[in-house]
Design a protein. Sequence first.
Length: 128
Amino acid sequence: MEKKILATEAAPRAIGPYSQGVVASGRLIFTAGQIAIDPEVGEVVKGDIRAQTRQVLENLRTILKSVGADLGNVVKTTVFLADMNDFAAMNEVYAEYFAAQCPARSTVEVSRLPKDVKVEIECIAVID
């Protein structure tokens, strides 16, 4: 199996022993979970779940763009929420990014996320 490690300066750097993403067999893209870090300053964005969700999705978009893909190539996402009460607000922003032909999605509440953010999202995409 062919495996290409993704690394772009336009998205937050990996803060541990993992990659921003991996392209497998030339077509499948697996991203690491992205949190609401602004890559320009390296800090978590200020604001509510909407602001954090928007930054997370922009980070995912940037990683996908580094291999010529975009959010339209996403077939599956997993959303991790620190508080399921934030689901509706997260979902409003998510719908702005995935309006048509939405990917499959799982959403789970977790006890804690890195840097105590409110949301983390990972995705699987397919390159055409």
